[in-house]
Design a protein around this ligand. Sequence first.
Ligand code: HEC
Length: 140
Amino acid sequence: MFKPLPLSTFIHTSLALSLLLVVHSPVANAQTLTFTQQQVDAGKATYREVCQICHGSSLANGQFGTPLKGSFFTDKWKGKSLAELVTFVFEKMPPDNLKSLAPEQYVSAVAYILSRNDIAVSGTPMSTDKNSLGGVMLPW
Ligand code: HEC
C-alpha cells in the first residue's frame, strides 16, 4: 500500500536536493567538449595543407612534429583544459609561420585532431574564443 511520507521528510529531501543542486551547479554548467562535423572537415583540409608536412599523413608519422594521435598525445593532454591545447596551437603552430591562420582554422584543426583521438562530433561548434574554453576538460 502507498504510504505518504511525512511532510518533514519531503521538506528535508527537497532542501537537501536544492543544496545538492547549488553545490553541483558549476559542474552542471561546465562546458562539454563539442565540435561539429563541418569543423572536422575544415580542420582536415587545414591539417593537410599546413600541418601534415611536419606531423605526418596519419598524424603520428611525422618527421618534424610529435604524434598528434594515440597515447603519446592523449597522455600528455589528458586532464588538461581545451583552452590550454587551443592556446598552444594558436601560439606555437605552425612553428615556421606563427599565427598565420585564422582562429576558425586553428580551432577546426584542433577539432580534427580530437576527432582522430576518438572524440565524437556533436551539433555544437567549438568556440573560437579561447577564454570560453577554460572549463572544458580533455578526456581520455
Ligand atoms: C614546421 C613543422 C610543424 C608544423 C608545420 C606544425 N607543427 Fe605542430 N609541432 C611541431 C613540433 C616540433 C612540435 C613539438 C613542439 C613542442 O612540444 O613544443 C609540435 C607540437 C604540436 C602539438 C602539441 C603536441 C603535444 O603532444 O604536445 C600540437 C597540438 C600541434 N603541434 C598541432 C599542429 C597543428 C594543428 C599544425 C597546423 C596548423 C601544426 N602543428 C603544424 C612541428 C610542426
